[in-house]
Design a protein around this ligand. Structure first.
Ligand code: LLP
Length: 431
């Protein structure tokens, strides 16, 4: 997994640092990122566009993991940033992320959030619906300030993925329908609005997608519409944003294609279609989240209690669970893990990893082959870098774990552990 290796003590290393040393220093549960791997992924996307000579913006979908440090890293790598709330935008501004490289997505942005975006001159707002279009028209009119927008459209593609995270199909809460005239109407309204500068179109067809077909089809449908609109309205989009959603390998069962391949194929699809209609090649923007940070993150836990259910199963419990990784409970997501202090040892038994939350659904991994283990051993769960910390919560008033970045044999705390005092800071006394 990732760039994880094993040292001569049989301990798992991440970014050149022993996980066992980090556990001693920072405690468990702990999220550890290999930042060299994140940089490699970021550069990979950018280089693919460069090789193919296509103007692009690669925006990191910050919902996958947002914090000041990761935004600083993405800034260093020259990426743009996709935010979906005032909170993510605030964090990006605090990280001094260049505002012209911030894109704002979301299906129900509030007036305050939009005002914040316009005031801070962000790069573009991805407009999702007519209500938002009216709000932006109003705000920019009052401020006499221009704002660039993309219109999010639903091209009617069903990406092959988990139901909860399907967003590109027709019956979706997101975006303007491309086929029934909504998107066309939104385009007309944007062109008429004095301070709205319509850059182009956006779509996002889903997440953890393992095939390129959906992206290619979406691109094709969008270009077909664009060609229709060109002859009718003279509008030519400068930008087509094809969203994120590139799948990663959580377990051996997953079979993703290399990230660059998605990009190459979607570019070819757009090139082919634009050539067919005699249109100029637009800039292609993407906004990957999971594929930038997912496999760069590992969660470390301490093993505590265990329970045998004779002839059925052995449970091993760790000091975290659905409070720091809700994905198994929410999506039946699968993970692989090793014992970090016995990383080279062969598996000897099959166990199921339970969290410490008070509910039966709090299981992290079912039927995991592991070497013999005892209380105090460290469990490393791989591929928790996306939608792990960002979906962490305080269920059962469990403090959220800290986050550590590793690179070149050094570790650095980038989010500290929540304390019990943090947990009660918002509480007000009854009397
Ligand atoms: N752009 C838009 C408009 C999105 O809605 C998303 C993800 C992305 C980009 C980034 O997608 P990615 O490259 O990370 O797949 N919590 C779920 C995933 C929800 C994804 C929501 N939107 C999970 O843990 O699997």
């Amino acid at each position: 997994h990732g760039t994880a290796v094993i040292n001569d003590k049989g301990h798992l290393m991440i970014g050149g640092v022993s996980t066992i040393d980090m556990v001693k220093q920072y405690g468990t549960p702990l999220y550890v990122y290999d930042t060299a791997l994140i940089r490699e992924r970021a550069r990979g996307f950018k280089e693919t566009f460069q090789e193919l000579g296509v103007k692009a913006e690669v925006a990191y979908a910050s919902k996958a993991f947002s914090s000041i440090a990761i935004f600083q890293l993405m800034k260093e790598e020259g990426l743009s940033l996709d935010v979906v709330s005032g909170g993510e935008l605030y964090t990006a501004l605090k990280a001094e992320f260049p505002s012209e490289r911030i894109h704002f997505n979301g299906n129900n942005k509030s007036r305050d959030e939009l005002l914040m975006a316009v005031k801070n001159n962000i790069g573009c707002i991805v407009v999702d619906n007519f209500h938002e279009l009216r709000l932006i028209s109003g705000i920019t009119g009052e401020m006499k300030q221009h704002v660039k927008v993309l219109l999010r459209v639903t091209p009617g593609i069903e990406a092959h993925t988990h139901d909860y995270i399907l967003t590109g199909q027709e019956d979706s809460k997101f975006g303007f329908d491309l086929q029934n005239g909504q998107a066309e109407e939104a385009m007309k309204q944007s062109l008429e609005s004095e301070y709205i500068d319509l850059l182009g179109l956006h779509c996002h067809i889903g997440s953890q997608i393992f095939e390129t077909t959906g992206f290619n089809l979406a691109a094709k449908k969008i270009i077909e519409k664009v060609a229709e609109w060109k002859s009718a309205y003279g509008f030519i989009p400068r930008v087509i944003n094809l969203g994120g959603g590139f799948g990663i390998r959580y377990t051996q069962e997953d079979d993703p294609i290399p990230p660059g391949q998605y990009v190459k194929e979607m570019i070819n699809a757009v090139k082919g279609e634009t050539a067919r209609f005699g249109l100029e090649m637009p800039e292609i923007w993407i906004e990957p989240g999971r594929s930038l940070v997912g496999d760069a993150g590992t969660s470390l836990y301490t093993i505590g209690s265990s329970k045998e259910v004779p002839n059925i199963r052995k449970y091993l419990a760790v000091d975290g669970g659905m409070s720091d990784n809700i994905r198994p409970a929410l999506y039946s997501a699968k993970y692989e893990a090793v014992i970090a202090n016995k990383a080279g040892a062969d598996p000897q038994e099959t166990v199921s990893i339970a969290g410490k939350c008070c509910e039966s659904g709090d299981m992290l991994i079912w039927d995991l082959p592991l070497p013999e283990s005892e209380a105090g051993d460290i469990l490393a769960v791989f591929c928790t870098g996306a939608y792990g910390y960002s979906m962490a919560n305080n269920y059962n008033r469990i403090p959220r774990p800290p986050v550590v970045f590793t690179e070149n044999g050094k570790s650095k705390l980038v989010i500290r552990r929540e304390t019990y005092d943090d947990l009660i800071t918002l509480d007000q006394l009854l009397t």
